[in-house]
Design a protein around this ligand. Structure first.
Ligand code: ADP
Length: 158
């Protein structure tokens, strides 16, 4: 199988995201994790910080790389001759939006979207819930990569 892209905000990356990347990397020759640069929405971490953290956590996977993207995901795919997107589906609540996006991306450029069923260990995780819990001192260890724990607390303390 050729290349696939795993897009998202990853503010910050969670173990649920990492599970999807690893499974995609098992099936596709190369996986590009594409970090959305959204100028109108500031995150907890800058895009550069997110990319740095992602690069550290995917370092054990030789066929996963990390890049930033803005604009249309299908343009990012076309520029790299990538024809596949891989996304995780956590619950029915993800489905409506993901189906709509998948159909639009196919309509725009013939790019296919493949879904992996979220690992039940992490299917209740979202980046926003992680930030909310950590903000109030909740323990998120085991839910995000260990290298993030100190950085998450430091960013939230600002
Ligand atoms: P979120 O804020 O929802 O965590 P992202 O936009 O960074 O968001 O997530 C990118 C994609 O990763 C989502 O569209 C979803 O397909 C997938 N994803 C997010 N969290 C999980 C999870 N816990 N398990 C599996 N897939 C996930």
């Amino acid at each position: 199988m050729p290349s696939a892209v795993c897009p998202g905000s990853f503010d910050p990356v969670t173990n649920g995201h990492l599970d999807v990347f690893a499974r995609a990397a098992d099936v596709f020759d190369e996986v590009v994790v594409a970090v959305l640069e959204n100028k109108s929405k500031a995150g907890l971490f800058t895009v550069e910080e997110r990319i740095q953290m992602l690069q550290e956590v995917v370092a054990p996977y030789p066929n996963i790389k990390v890049e930033a993207f803005h604009g249309l995901l299908v343009d990012f795919c076309a520029a790299r001759s990538i024809k596949s997107i891989v996304k995780g589906l956590r619950a029915v609540s993800d489905f409506d939006y993901e189906l709509q996006m998948a159909q639009m991306n196919f309509r725009l450029a013939g790019v296919e979207t493949f879904f992996v069923s979220a690992n039940p260990l992490y299917s209740y995780l979202s980046s926003s819930l992680i930030k909310e819990i950590a903000k109030y001192g909740g323990d998120v260890s085991g839910l995000v990569p260990d290298i993030l724990l100190a950085r998450l607390n430091a960013a939230l303390a600002k």
